[in-house]
Design a protein around this ligand. Structure first.
Ligand code: COA
Length: 174
């Protein structure tokens, strides 16, 4: 199975929204209640992603992973959002990275992250931060393998559930 990693275009909105919901359902079943997962909506995600494509930010980048014409993963990063600047200690942020279970552990996550890092590096950002659920061991090992260093924690309301998140920071110049 050949998996292509490429820049996302507006026509990918439906596929990204579907991966966003299915990715949460597959990957967050140990962290979020069945009610919270059942309440996720592809339509809501579609609107969110349409909004992102309607206001393009050249400093940000969305990449998708595609196989056989199906979107199976995506990652998006860009300039840090106001409230995170102090906590993450970086000027740029990975907003999201999700893969479907069927394509995990094949190096696709690494390719998506590297592609977004390369873009952020070209934009002049020196460090990138993100938040991950503290209990999400597989994603934390992935980030640590890619050179991320853990930082502060915060409690966050995720779909009505209180969760603990931990920050990771990546130095692009390292
Ligand atoms: C986290 C995620 C993006 C990783 O993508 P991936 O394509 O599966 O990871 P890769 O194959 O590129 O892995 C690169 C390295 O990271 C580490 N790694 C990745 N997944 C791991 C896991 N489940 N357990 C331990 N180490 C892992 C390994 O060292 C791996 O190298 P190796 O396979 O040669 O041993 C993917 O699993 C995912 O989408 N998870 C669900 C969504 C999620 O949690 N997103 C993060 C939200 S903050």
């Amino acid at each position: 199975m050949t998996i292509l990693v490429r820049e996302a275009v507006e026509a990918d909105v439906e596929g990204i929204a579907r991966v966003h919901v299915q990715g949460w359902r597959e990957s967050y079943k140990d962290f979020l209640s069945p009610e919270a997962l059942a309440g996720l909506s592809v339509e809501e995600r579609r609107r969110m992603w349409q909004g992102i494509f309607a206001r393009p930010d050249p400093q940000a980048k969305t990449l998708v992973a595609e196989t056989g014409g199906e979107i199976v993963g995506f990652a998006r990063g860009g300039p840090i959002r106001g409230e995170n600047a102090d906590h993450l200690g970086a000027e740029a942020e990975i907003f999201a990275i999700y893969l479907l279970d069927k394509v995990k552990r094949q190096g696709v996550g690494r390719r998506l992250m590297q592609g977004v890092f390369d873009h952020l590096d070209q934009q002049g950002f020196r460090a990138v931060g993100l938040w991950v659920l503290k209990d999400n061991d597989s994603a934390r090992r992935f980030y640590e393998r890619l050179g991320g260093t853990p930082g502060p924690e915060q409690t966050f309301d995720l779909r009505g559930q209180s969760v603990v998140e931990i920050a990771y920071r990546f130095d692009l110049t390292a």
